[in-house]
Design a protein around this ligand. Sequence first.
Ligand code: GAR
Length: 188
Amino acid sequence: MTTKIAVFASGSGSNFQALAESIANGKLNAEIGLVVTDKPGAYVVKRAQSLNIPVAELAPKSFEDKAAYEAKIVELLKEKEIEWVILAGYMRLIGETLLTAYENRIINIHPSLLPSFPGKDAIGQAMEHGVKITGVTVHYVDAGMDTGKIIAQGAVDVVEGDREATENRIHKLEHKLYSKTLQQLFKS
Ligand code: GAR
């Protein structure tokens, strides 16, 4: 059975692209039914459009509150019969409305070995701390900031003094680890 997913992203969308490629290559048995972004005009929109994947561009500010914003998203997800919500660089805490509608069905990828360096700029935080090894975590989403149950992790050697090189290593690992982990999760 093909699993119907929505990918949430706020920025470039390289993880979205990698998931779409894994699906096209038959490595991930899923279908991306919708891309949701909280940043209208983000580069992920272009990527989705060029793959003919529907996109919802929703600015949270144009809703009365977070619950109303998320209620609109839930409505769109239900319309498309989305089973799992996959966060890929979605830089916003998930609220009660989405958590209730998709209980234990929201997954995130984070660019550090959690519980180290949650929140924004995890790579910058790791380099600032001078750690020698950092990595990537795939985890369930709960109400906290990157605090949900860990599903998979991978380690990356920091390239000392070179953020760009470290970031490239992390992205490379993310792009492999996310689809592999999701494939295992959807199978089980
Ligand atoms: C990724 O590195 C992802 O792990 C991170 O944002 C980047 C998005 O890149 N997410 C977080 O920091 C979530 N706390 P992308 O837009 O190219 O996929």
